[in-house]
Ligand binder design. Sequence first.
Ligand code: ZN
Length: 125
Amino acid sequence: MKDPECPLCNFSSKKEKIYYENDKIIIVRTKDLKGHKERIMVVTKDHVVNVPQELFEYAIYKLAEIGLKVFNYTPKFVIMESTFSGIKAHWHLVATDLDPNSKDFKQILATPWLEVVGTEKEGIL
Ligand SMILES: [Zn+2]
C-alpha cells in the first residue's frame, strides 16, 4: 500500500540515490544530508507504522551492511531510533556519521542509538 502524499512512499531513482532495494525495503540517501557527507535510511516499501520483528532485524542488518561501504570515509556510524523523526506514519531508520560540525549533531547525541557500527577506517570519530 502506498500513500500518494507520503515522501517515503514515492522515491524515484532519478532524484534519490538508491543503495539497495528488495521486495520489502529500500535503502536510500536522505534528501537532506544535514551537513553530513553521507546520511542514509532504510524504508519499508509499504506505508506502515510498524514492522514485524524479523523484518526489523533484517532492515538493521542490511542498513549496517550498506553503511559499511557508504561510510567508509569515517571510523564509525550509528543507526538511530526514529525518536525525532518528522515522519511517523511510515517506518524508517536513519544511519548517520558522527560529524560534530553537522547541523543535527546535538540531536544525534540526544537520540537513542540502535547500533554503533565500526568501519575499517582508523580514528576516534
Ligand atoms: Zn509512506
